[in-house]
Design a protein around this ligand. Sequence first.
Ligand SMILES: Nc1ccn([C@@H]2O[C@H](COP(=O)(O)OP(=O)(O)OP(=O)(O)O)[C@@H](O)[C@H]2O)c(=O)n1
Length: 396
Amino acid sequence: MKIDNLPDVFMAAMPVLKTLEDGSFEAYFVGGSVRDILLGRHIHDVDIATSAYPEEVKELFDKSIDTGIKHGTVTVLYNGESYEITTFRTESGYQDFRRPDHVTFVQNLDEDLKRRDFTINALAMNTDGEIVDLFDGLDDLHHQLIRAVGNPETRFHEDALRMMRAVRFMSQLKFSLGEKTEQAIADNHELLKKISVERIRDEFVKMGIGPNSREAFQVFLDTKLSEDVPDFEGKSELLSVYPKLQFSPTLETSLWSIIIILLKIQNDKIGKFMRDWKNSNAMTNDVEQIVAFFDLLSDHVPSDYELFITGKKTLLNTIDVAHILGQPVDSEALVDRYLALPIKNSNELAVDGRFLIENGVRPGPKLGKLLNEIKQKVISGELENTEDAIGEYIQA
Ligand SMILES: Nc1ccn([C@@H]2O[C@H](COP(=O)(O)OP(=O)(O)OP(=O)(O)O)[C@@H](O)[C@H]2O)c(=O)n1
């Protein structure tokens, strides 16, 4: 098969491959970008594989960085873009079912494709757009099937994260799992215990926000892969409820918020739960705000001040979460009310602490309280948001 009219992201990288070929080396696009071009998905970056050794790659390009030279990867800077170029390799020395510590460079593309996880990820494309397909990956793409390259047990023993990748691709691509691949996951799910929580989290999130997340979650549960995910309390409750959701979350913050709401994790425990999954503080903060506002929405119609405090981002994200959970919420009315607020963030207030001091208010806790009071009155429309009106209010 040959692909004509390659997307810009490939054309932009073409001179990099041609440079390798001019140096008498082989060069191919490999991995996810080849799969995605065939599926018509958006491609953000391309991976390049070559017969050149890392040192030889470096000699061919003016600007390069040793990103993972031990594993054969050099990042080349070309025309303002960076490209990862990896020497054809086989992997050996798998330790503890995690990524290999040792790789052996080979001169042959076939060997390199053979070590890859799934047939749909083991496709390569040359500079003419011709596809190299040694394991019927094209057929599997056509039948929307995720199948391990060769023996699935071997692939999962090499890197147990691949079991999570399988269900993640199911969700993202709306594919099914090949029978033997699914069986091998069911037989080897405990290997996942060896994998770091960060790597599992990344796949878990991609699975959770994919368009086929419900079906993927079901397989995640059926194969018992879910049992070996660390620090995931109450997952059976979650997974029994997840398939009933109206639609899948598309945002990571929505996913975590939904999980926390479904698992009824208390406010003071949210931080621990998010940290156990090694989520960032920023993500934890966003999720805490969404969950708090969701609770508030379940309890009463928010006041203007509560809408102001919540802010637009959290408001929209919480509406998303409420819809997914099937909670009735008049989102249009809430958004309209938010948009009609006299000020939408504190910076829009006509005065600040300095103005208050200049108008005779003493610095101290009372100043903060007064500023807050002014803000509330401006938001409720009782006080005009001008220096004059606020100045008069202070003097009164
Ligand atoms: N555990 C892994 C991870 C990756 N790969 C191979 O390395 C390629 C690139 O991996 P990565 O960038 O992690 O994933 P993609 O398949 O490109 O998918 P995406 O970019 O959507 O994450 C994969 O296509 C696959 O051939 C593998 O065999 N085993």
